[in-house]
Each structure stands twice: as structure tokens, then as C-alpha cells.
Design a protein around this ligand. Structure first.
Ligand code: FAD
Length: 368
């Protein structure tokens, strides 16, 4: 689709980067590394580009996001659920294999689906997020070309990382690709796939798997917070956010912080995000709404529907239905994020753009 808005690298700098709303997804620099690099988790212009219509602006999820048009293109229909986006089914799902269950964050479904696709030869690369070899718990985008690499990158890392850089790497070297990412990564992925102005062969990305996300943490602030509450990050085995709690699993036991106490660590760019449920993914995966050891899975596209059905048939996952009360809980969390971030969005966006966020009228009136 041809997006209605154009922008240069200077527009990207002024509207997104210097406005502190960059989400550090990697979309602006991934395909133009000679012009844009990343330093201290923000894009930095290495060389000015003189394109009046820049791919960096076109691909950025924070420059503009024509949500309804994008939904129509991806799903063939537009949402009727404001909080969760377009979907066909919402399910509770769990990986079947013991290895995945042991290493996975919740039900291990993200990893199980990627491993299933790789084992069946349906993909030759998966863009995942591994832990850095150099800095403890630092997430890094990674192209996994084997099931072992997929398994070793399971588990949630609560900092942001430019996943689209791995997508560009995979597109350059592989033919059929799956990617996993946070809502901002998924928005970027879809803008890249739908762009008619710039063809970077993004059609090679056949499966777009989203994760629920309330926020990511700034690394320096998170490290300072851990030091303040007496946690040695070298001893952390797992971080987890569920039921309003931030849990830190260490060699010495589990430390639990109220999620509100962690708000001071949130990345500034996350405060303008209006998507909890990775609304543009083929399927979205989270923990909220399902019992421990299971995932909540929102099935959205035909690709997502086929993936869940085929993986279930092959015995890679177990699936059960979700009741309306549990789904309501997911909707409440999504609504809570939208409401909380709306104030910040109102301060910086022009009013007409805000309508593109699919705002519930009562939320908007509350803030006017
Ligand atoms: C920053 C963050 C915030 C989240 N917030 C919520 C929330 O508020 N509510 C909720 O229900 N769920 C949230 N989730 C999702 C949840 O933590 C699990 O990722 C999800 O339930 C899938 O579980 P799983 O067992 O299938 O994961 P696994 O099978 O362990 O697979 C997880 C996949 O996510 C990838 N991954 C890990 N960290 C990142 C990252 N930073 N960026 C991109 N990809 C990554 C891994 O490479 C792996 O492929 C969040 C996840 C993250 C990373």
C-alpha cells in the first residue's frame, strides 16, 4: 500500500528521535546501515541522506501508523475489538515438549511454534532475541538457523532491542523467515511489508509472531533499581511480569516488586505506545489471562490460524479454549496501557492523528 505520508531523514530526527518517542525497533537503520546506526539505544545519522521520501521515515512505526488501512491489508477486515485489535480466536496454549516448557517464559508457545516451523522445513531462519554474550541479561537481535538456536533464545528479556536489524540480516541470507517481536517490532515489520515505495523483499517474512507488552525497561535504570533492592544481576535466572508483579528469580530465591515500583525504569519511548497485544501480528502471545504454565494466544490472520492448527496436529502444542472472563482480563490490561499512555500521546500528537489510534470515545473525552 502507498502510505499517504512522506518524510525525510530530517523529519525522522525531528518528529521521532529528538521528540523522544523512538521505540528503538531498528526499522530506520536496518536497511540503510550506511546512513543510520544506533548508539545508546537511539538512531544516529552517520551520513545525511537526501531522499525526499526516506525508507527510514516510511518504515518507522512512530512516524505515522494508518492502522485501519493496515488491518484491511493484513487481515482483510478491520477490528471490532478496540482494545485487542482484529482476531478470529483467543486460546490458551502450551508447548508439548519438555525442553521447551523448561526454558520457555510461560507455556513456551513462541519457541515451540518457531521450532515446529524449523523442524518441518517451513522456515530456514527465525529472528529471535538472545542474551548478549558480553553483558548480562542484555537482549540482542539474532537470526537462528537451527532449532537449537531457537531453543537457546527462549525466555523474556525486558529491555528493548532492535529486532528489525535481525530481520534485515535474515532477508539478506535466507528465503523463508519467521520473526518474533514486541508490538513496536510488529508494527515496523508490517509497515516494511506493506510499503509500496520501498521493496526490501520483506515478503520473505512468512510468519509474524507478536508478544504482549506493557513496557520495556531502560537498561541503566533497571540496573540501578536492581542495585537499590539488593539484587545481583549475575545471579538472576529469570525475570517475569505477571499479575501486576515484577518477579526476579535468583539463585537465592524470588524477589517480588510491585510493577508500579518499576515505572521509573520504563523507557521513555514506551510511554507513547498504544498497543499491548501486538495487534498487527499473525498471532500474539502473552501470559495474561491464562493459568501458570500456559500462554494466551490471539489468532488473527489466516497464516496464524493455519500455524496453530498445523502445530496442534503435529503435536507441538496443546490447545484449550479460553472463557470470556479470562479474555476480559487481557482486554482490561490492554485498555489500561492505552489509557495510561494516552495523556503523553495527547501532549505531542496532532489531534487528527490521535483518531488513528482507535481511541474509545470515552477515553478521549476524559482527556480533553
Ligand atoms: C518486554 C516484554 C514485556 C512483556 N510484557 C507482557 C505483559 O505485560 N503481559 C503479558 O501477558 N505478557 C508480556 N510479555 C510476554 C511474555 O513475557 C512472554 O514473552 C509470552 O507470554 C510468550 O511466552 P512463551 O513461553 O511462549 O515464550 P518463549 O517460548 O520463552 O519465547 C519468547 C520469545 O520472545 C523472544 N524475546 C524475548 N525477549 C524479547 C524482547 N525483548 N524483544 C523481542 N523478542 C523477545 C525470545 O527470543 C523468544 O523467541 C512481555 C514480553 C516482553 C519481552
Amino acid at each position: 500500500m502507498r502510505f499517504a505520508e512522506n518524510g525525510t531523514i530530517i523529519d525522522l530526527e525531528s518528529k521521532v528521535i529528538y521528540n523522544n518517542i523512538c521505540c528503538y525497533c531498528g526499522a530506520c537503520g536496518a536497511f540503510c546501515p550506511e546512513y543510520i546506526t544506533y548508539e545508546n539505544q537511539i538512531p544516529v545519522t552517520k551520513k545525511k541522506c537526501f531522499e525526499i521520501h526516506g525508507a527510514c521515515f516510511d518504515f518507522c512505526p512512530r512516524s505515522f501508523l494508518p492502522l485501519f488501512e493496515m488491518e484491511k491489508e493484513i487481515f482483510g477486515a478491520i477490528r471490532s475489538d478496540v482494545e485487542l485489535g482484529y482476531y478470529t480466536r483467543i486460546l490458551s496454549v502450551k508447548a508439548s515438549g519438555d525442553t521447551v516448557i523448561k526454558t520457555g517464559q510461560d507455556g513456551g508457545v513462541a519457541t515451540a511454534l518457531l521450532a515446529y516451523l524449523m523442524d518441518k522445513g517451513k522456515i530456514d531462519a527465525a529472528c529471535v532475541c538472545k542474551k548478549s554474550d558480553d553483558e548480562v541479561w542484555k537482549p540482542e537481535p539474532c537470526v537462528a538457523a537451527t532449532t537449537e538456536e531457537i531453543l537457546s533464545s527462549s525466555g523474556s528479556k525486558y529491555e528493548q532491542t532492535p529486532m528489525i536489524v535481525a530481520v534485515a540480516d535474515a532477508i539478506n541470507n535466507y528465503e523463508t523467515i519467521a520473526m518474533v517481536g514486541l508490538p513496536c517490532h510488529i508494527q515496523a515489520m508490517r509497515k516494511i511489508q506493506l510499503s509500496k515505495a520501498f521493496d526490501v523483499c520483506a515478503g520473505k517474512v512468512k510468519y509474524v509472531i507478536g508478544l504482549f507488552c506493557t513496557e520495556t525497561f531502560d537498561r541503566d535504570l533497571l540496573l540501578a533499581k536492581l542495585a537499590e533492592i539488593g539484587v545481583d544481576i549475575d545471579k538472576v535466572n529469570k525475570f517475569d511480569i505477571s499479575a501486576e508483579k515484577f518477579k526476579i528469580y535468583t539463585d537465592d530465591g524470588v524477589i517480588t516488586e510491585n510493577i508500579k515500583a518499576m515505572k521509573s525504569c520504563v523507557r521513555e519511548g514506551c510511554n507513547v505506545c498504544y498497543d499491548f497485544a501486538a495487534e498487527l501480528a499473525d498471532i500474539s502471545i502473552g501470559s495474561a489471562g491464562s493459568e501458570d504454565g500456559w500462554n494466551t494466544v490471539i489468532v488473527r490472520s489466516k497464516v496464524g490460524e493455519k500455524l496453530i492448527n498445523d502445530a496442534k496436529k503435529a503435536g507441538a502444542i496443546k490447545v484449550k479454549s479460553m472463557d470470556e472472563k479470562s479474555i476480559k482480563l487481557v482486554r482490561t490490561l490492554a485498555s489500561g496501557k492505552k489509557k495510561e499512555n494516552m495523556k503523553k500521546i495527547m501532549q505531542i500528537a496532532d489531534p487528527v492523528k490521535i483518531l488513528n489510534l482507535v481511541v474509545e470515545p470515552q477515553h478521549l473525552q476524559m482527556l480533553l
